[in-house]
Design a protein around this ligand. Structure first.
Ligand SMILES: NC(=O)C1=CN([C@@H]2O[C@H](COP(=O)(O)OP(=O)(O)OC[C@H]3O[C@@H](n4cnc5c(N)ncnc54)[C@H](O)[C@@H]3O)[C@@H](O)[C@H]2O)C=CC1
Ligand SMILES: NCC(=O)COP(=O)(O)O
Length: 330
């Protein structure tokens, strides 16, 4: 691969700068493709004393990567204190995201890895998207409904069909059409980026015991089962609705390549419980590759040398593999 990956550092006061620097330290041992960071170099200097190579553009990243962590600088207007976020830091995180998305869309980077941002901080500065997933989709000209937020670890992949919504709203948003559109995006994404020829998709129920034949809720009968039948009629390999409480144990996981869940926590609790330190968030359905570590800003440990870079390393590795899969298929 002749292009580097772009990593937006996320909130300068969170653990994004630290785990990016640690990933660079382990680039050889982990076999990572070259990457460059986009963000304020001071956020890295505050938590790391390794070599930083300031670059003027992505074309300088590969040569610089061997001897220092390449950084394309976005200046933060304020003091950076690890663990103490502020408004200027939120603006810096958004500017870095914007630049990294733009560089990837323009073809200057092979793929995008986003560092963690604090959504509440971004909302304070007028960010109107629920999360980075929806922001990146919009910048790529894709309606958020046509992307899927996949969480992946070594033994489990999940997608929540509703994403960043309050639970009450999420339940109301579950519909046949939404299940259909996400399932189709998931199938295409697993074929294109992961080389799975006919993905086996398991759909979760909403209610305890998947509704107990209507006695504990009718969403499975009225929404989930009709959607599954439609997908099966299209030739997709789909099973369900499965009882949410019994579909994640090891023998159940062996039945499918991905679990389509109905709301955020149904998908993310099992994934983070099993694979917190190596979980990756992947946006399926984009014209570019975008991954992220599964965790957040972890302000409570930023700058203390406690942040585990495993999920960032996994996100960088997966972005490289997906970009290579796409390049091979093109
Ligand atoms: N992709 C993204 O940008 C994401 C951003 N967030 C944001 O992160 C902020 C904080 O969210 P929380 O729910 O507290 O989740 P969090 O993932 O930041 O932290 C949860 C717990 O896990 C620990 N932790 C997280 N990552 C770790 C790592 N790499 N090594 C060691 N320990 C780690 C933290 O110290 C904390 O105790 C929120 O504002 C949320 O919006 C949350 C998830 C994803
Ligand atoms: N919990 C997953 C998550 O918050 C992902 O957020 P984002 O990558 O869409 O910002």
């Amino acid at each position: 691969m002749s292009l580097p990956l772009a990593i937006s550092l996320g909130d300068p006061s969170g653990i994004g700068p630290e785990i990016t620097a640690r990933a660079w330290e382990r680039r050889v041992a982990e076999g990572l493709l070259p990457f460059f960071a986009v963000g304020d170099p001071r956020s890295i200097e505050a938590v790391w004393d390794g070599p930083i190579a300031r670059i003027a553009g992505p074309d300088e990243a590969i040569a610089a990567f061997e001897t220092g962590l390449p950084v394309l600088a976005i200046e933060d207007a304020a003091e950076i204190v690890p663990g103490a976020p502020n408004v200027a830091g939120a603006r810096c995180a958004l500017d870095a995201l914007e630049m990294a998305v733009g560089l990837t869309r323009s073809g200057a980077a092979a793929g995008l890895v986003t560092g963690p941002v604090a959504k509440s901080r971004l909302y304070e500065i007028g960010f109107t998207h629920p999360g980075q997933t929806e922001f990146v989709a919009e910048r790529c000209g894709v309606a958020p409904v046509n992307v899927a937020m996949m969480l992946a670890g070594p033994t489990l992949r999940t997608v929540p069909i509703t994403m960043h919504l309050a639970l009450r709203e999420a339940i109301d948003a579950v519909s046949v059409d939404l299940i259909l559109v996400r399932a189709r995006t998931v199938e295409r994404g697993l074929i294109r980026d992961f080389g799975i020829e006919q993905p086996r998709i398991a759909v979760a129920g909403l209610n305890p015991h998947a509704g107990e034949q209507g006695a504990l809720g009718r969403e499975e009968i009225e929404i989930v089962t009709p959607a599954i039948r439609r997908l099966q009629d299209e030739g997709m390999n789909v099973i369900g609705p499965l009882s949410p409480d019994t579909m994640f144990h090891p023998r159940a996981r062996a039945q499918y390549d991905i679990a389509l869940c109905l709301y955020h926590d149904q998908a993310l609790i099992p994934l983070k419980t099993l694979h917190f330190d190596e979980g990756v968030n992947i946006t399926l359905g984009l014209p570019i590759v975008r991954t992220a570590p599964d965790h957040g800003t972890a302000f409570n440990i930023a700058g203390q040398g406690l942040a585990n870079p495993g999920a960032m390393i996994a996100a960088i590795r997966l972005a490289g593999e997906s970009a290579e899969n796409r390049a091979r298929a093109a």
